[in-house]
Design a protein around this ligand. Structure first.
Ligand SMILES: Nc1ncnc2c1ncn2[C@@H]1O[C@H](COP(=O)(O)OP(=O)(O)OP(=O)(O)O)[C@@H](O)[C@H]1O
Length: 772
């Protein structure tokens, strides 16, 4: 290193050291303020809620300050007019100098030229500098001179790219199994998407490796920063294709210092249900069809029964009878209310109870001599002896009667979404009625026993069912009451411990909330503090609430979602503020889509916009040539994204006989691992052969992990293409690509996904059936 360069590094080190000193101070301050706020208790409702937001603020501040240790400051702009501006993961200001910015947050407008300025359009930037650090030490500087008047002006080697040295270093770096943020090298086409307006639906279409996932996550961070007020209370939902993928991306956002984000698969979007069951693709495909909304509506109507003839009810030893016509009339009234099924039940009850009470009144309250001027003691008069108050009392008694309730429950049962769906799947007769629009074979795919676990494709159906059934608010109230009692019980228990053996003497067992006067204050206060400690962020509340309306929804690998999944997502986002990221050429799920318009038209007609990402930052050009051939077999019109990186290593295609595959695979993975160093190896196999070929790899390399049990940090993993979706590895071995193509109607798309996973090397062991 020249002494000039060393001096420059030294100067930047001084600046960076000062920034870290300030970061340490900020952390201490946040920690101190947080503990001060946590120490306070009591006060009015308003004071408590104010305290809650203070605590939430400092908790978030602590988290974001904790997440920026690595690469706190990574850039510097030298401006023609204003001198230097440092860019980093958060903003830091000089409190002693009128809050002069010492470090500008990458999301702030003032950082934009760092990502957009080029020699052709320098935006007032003379020089862009990337500052590389290891822990808190500056290790290198990469400069780009953008001022064309300057003799040292650096022309880009690749059209449309900025910050090339840093970008190529990032692209070449070995992968760790966790996604990294790209704040240091965001490219212009990506920046435009990340900073696009919050409103409306934006589709980001881009081939493999174009940074769709990275861009989606950085957009979440940008939106939360820029539209803090709107989004911090409503949270941002990020939907990904599987849990491995969510683990892969989960570290990116905390390092971008954001906590108002909920990460979920579609299967995880129905609160209270873990939908991890496995089922055939054909079944999931049927469950994903839009027509299932009609099937479920019919299934609900089917549960609103009327007897073929009559139904008997015994009340107070009086046999009462409800006939079909009365039940039909009551059903009609309840249905016509337009309310969801469970919420319409009280209307049905009113009608039925009225019918029963009139029957009873006729029997017990009729004056037998009403029309007989001579008989009995009565004068001729009203045939009904019961007055309105008596009738009301009668109705109350009928409503409370267990026999009556049993009959009403049979005619119009209050249902949970789970009950509706499992009853439907378990009964051929119910399916025949509700799913008449499906064929026999399709209905047979839906059949399953009541105790089978929920699958990801069930989550949108459960959600749809919940809409049709309506929430029963009594449940929510009961839950709130139960929670209140739990808190009091906790407080009570804590007081018991605090006061030694002094017991709280409760005379009335039915009312366990009566505490001794001295204890009440303490228990409530403790209960409240307990609540404070379990304070939920907007993201946590959103995740637990089916009816939550998110401020923005980001969908990754969106091409895989079924029409029913889209219905669920649209319900979670009534404002239709969404970023939809995907590649219709990579669709592998039979329920997925090959057209964004087909997905969105039903919800917003043509009021959505599409943007395109065109550069592949993952896969080297040599491998993309092969991927391009596969793409042509999906659709000759499709163009693969442009790779900017060359490795000089063509993919290695080896034909092996079926009997040799195991031995060759073992050999290849051993060879790859020897060449790998700290990198990662992904072995991609047909789903139908994962056990067999997984065993081959683990026999050759005991450290290898297979399928769902893999951790992202495992250096060698064996996966199906679906499990590998969205992931990347330094080296990839594809075993039996013909099997991958053959096992799915979208087999070529799966092969395309498989070929585009490596960042460095690709080996394909095929049986001569690779039709390229
Ligand atoms: N601007 C950038 N600077 C550095 N690395 C980048 C940049 N953009 C993307 N990358 C890297 O390229 C790789 C691919 O990005 P990402 O996974 O987001 O692509 P994708 O479009 O979602 O791919 P796929 O559709 O194949 O899943 C990642 O390692 C990502 O970090």
């Amino acid at each position: 290193m020249s002494s000039d360069a060393a001096d420059e590094i030294h100067r930047e080190q001084e600046y960076v050291t000062d920034l870290y000193r300030r970061l340490d101070n900020l952390r201490e301050q946040a920690e101190h303020r947080l503990s001060q706020a946590l120490l306070q208790t009591g006060g009015t409702q308003q004071e408590r809620s104010q305290r809650e937001s203070t605590v939430a603020l400092y908790t978030e501040q602590r988290a974001s300050l904790g997440a920026v240790e690595s690469g706190l400051c990574f850039g510097r702009l030298d401006l023609v007019e204003e001198g230097a501006r440092y860019i980093g993961r958060i903003g830091i200001f000089d409190e002693t100098a009128e809050y002069e910015p010492l470090l500008v947050d990458w999301r702030a407008p003032a950082s934009r030229p760092f990502y957009l300025a080029t020699a052709a359009s320098p935006q007032g930037v003379r020089r862009r500098r990337h500052i590389r650090t290891a822990e808190r030490t500056v290790t290198a500087l990469d400069d780009e001179v953008l001022d064309l008047a300057d003799a040292a002006a650096t022309a880009p080697h690749h059209e449309g790219l900025t910050s090339e040295a840093a970008l190529f270093a990032a692209m070449d770096a070995g992968r760790t199994g966790r996604m990294r943020d790209i704040v240091e090298t965001i490219q212009a086409e990506q920046d435009h998407i990340i900073r696009a307006d919050l409103n409306g639906i934006m589709v980001v279409q881009g081939g493999p490796g174009t940074g769709k996932t990275a861009v989606a996550l950085h957009r979440a961070a940008y939106l939360l920063y820029t539209y803090r007020k709107e989004l911090s209370t409503r949270a941002v939902l990020v939907v990904g294709p599987n849990t491995t993928f969510l683990k892969y991306i989960s570290q990116v956002l905390p390092s971008l210092a954001e906590t108002g984000v909920v990460l979920r698969t579609v299967g995880g979007l129905f609160p209270g249900v873990t939908a991890t069951g496995v089922e055939p693709d054909e079944t999931a495909e049927v469950k994903g069809r839009a027509v299932m909304a009609e099937v479920l509506a019919a299934a609900v109507r089917d549960r609103q029964q009327v007897p073929d003839d009559t139904v008997e009810v015994e009340f107070d030893r009086e046999p009462l009878v409800l006939d079909r016509a009365a039940c039909e009339a009551a059903r009609e009234v309840a249905r016509r209310s337009g309310k969801p099924h469970n919420l319409a039940r009280p209307l049905f009850d009113v009608e039925m109870i009225h019918a029963l009470s009139m029957q009873l009144a006729d029997r017990i309250g009729t004056d037998p001599y009403a029309d007989d001027p001579l008989g009995g003691d009565d004068a001729p008069g009203d045939p009904q002896l019961l007055d309105e108050a008596d009738l009301a009392e009668l109705r109350r008694e009928l409503q409370a009667d267990p026999n009556v309730q049993t009959v009403l429950d049979w005619l119009w049962p209050v249902l949970t979404p789970q009950r509706l769906l499992s009853d439907l799947y378990a009964s051929e007769a119910r399916l025949a009625t509700a799913a008449a629009v499906l064929t026999d074979a399709e209905r047979a795919l839906l059949r399953r026993s009541r105790d089978a676990g929920w699958t990801p494709a069930d989550a949108p159906l459960l959600d749809e069912a919940a809409e049709l059934l309506g929430e029963d608010d009594r449940d929510a109230e009961e839950l709130a009451e139960r929670r209140r009692r739990q808190r009091l019980a906790y407080a009570e228990g804590a007081l018991e411990i605090l006061h030694g053996s002094r017991s709280i003497d409760l005379e009335d067992e039915l009312d366990p909330e009566i505490l001794t006067a001295a204890d009440v204050l303490g228990a409530l206060e403790l209960g409240e503090r307990q609540e404070d400690e379990r304070r939920l962020t907007a993201a946590e509340r959103a995740a637990a609430d089916r009816r939550w309306a998110f401020g923005h929804v980001i969908v990754d690998e969106a091409q895989e979602l079924s029409p029913m999944a889209w219905r669920l997502l649209m319900r979670r986002c009534p404002s239709r503020s969404m970023t939809i990221v995907g590649d219709v050429a990579q669709t592998g799920d039979p329920a997925g889509t090959s057209s964004w318009d087909a997905v969105l038209h039903p919800y917003v007609a043509d009021r959505w916009r599409q943007t395109q990402l065109t550069v592949n930052y993952r896969t080297p050009a040599e491998i993309m040539d092969l991927a391009g051939q596969v793409l042509k077999s999906i659709d000759p019109m499709l163009e693969p994204p442009r790779s900017v990186r060359h490795t000089g290593q063509a993919p290695q295609l080896t034909e092996v006989g079926p009997a040799e595959l195991a031995a060759r695979l073992a050999e290849e993975v051993r060879r790859e691992v020897a060449a790998l160093g700290d990198g990662t190896l992904g072995v991609l196999v047909p789903a139908g052969r994962i056990d067999e070929l997984g065993a081959v790899v683990t026999a050759a390399l005991p450290q290898a992990r297979v399928g769902e049990q893999t951790e992202l940090t495992d250096p060698v993993v064996v996966l199906t293409v679906r499990q590998a979706k969205g992931l990347e590895f330094d080296a990839v071995v594809i075993a039996d690509p013909g099997g991958i193509v053959a096992e799915s109607p979208r087999g070529h798309s799966d092969l395309y996904v498989a070929i585009t996973r490596p960042t460095q090397r690709l080996t394909v062991l095929h049986h001569g059936d690779l039709d390229l």
